[in-house]
Design a protein around this ligand. Structure first.
Ligand SMILES: [Zn+2]
Length: 154
């Protein structure tokens, strides 16, 4: 294929929101539908998509170089794009969490570990970026495999 022309035009609107979520392909369509239509963000959000999603913002002691890079990308987007709102989204059956040692969390239950990290990331980001409005979410699936997204209390 020498060239591909998308039907989409470049989006020249400013974004106000940064969304941090996991790379897992199973959730991409559902997450983007949630952002576009559930939160009504249209396509006006920046994305930081890495394995484990928001977990990358909590790893200061366990994986310091990883946390340094994540923090740098995060700061770059928030400061250079003048973002004011942050959406942190974890998801069911996240493979990244299966690779993490259990001692990093107070529970062994996967969803509780992820919610603990959402709250940790929220607390530490509030210290560094007090102007950010932060929302926490957890994506899963129901009995018919529809992606569902629930808000997590901070
Ligand atoms: Zn994942």
């Amino acid at each position: 294929m020498p060239s591909f022309q998308a039907s989409s035009k470049v989006n020249r609107s400013d974004a106000d929101v940064l969304v941090v979520h996991c790379s897992d392909h199973r959730f991409q369509a559902g997450i983007h539908e949630f952002l576009d239509r559930g939160l009504r963000l249209g396509e006006n959000y920046d994305l930081l998509v890495v394995p484990g999603g928001p977990q990358c913002l909590t790893l200061v002691e366990y994986l310091p170089k990883f946390a340094w890079a994540s923090g740098r990308w995060f700061r770059f987007l928030v400061e250079n794009h003048e973002l004011n709102r942050l959406v942190l989204l974890a998801h069911q059956d996240c493979g990244w969490y299966k690779s993490l040692p259990l001692h990093l969390h107070s529970s062994a239950e996967p969803r509780l570990r992820q919610e603990e990290d959402l709250r940790r990331a929220h607390r530490s980001l509030m210290r560094e970026f007090p102007h950010l409005q932060v929302e926490l979410y957890y994506a899963g699936w129901d009995a018919s495999d529809q992606v569902t997204v629930e808000q997590v209390s901070p």
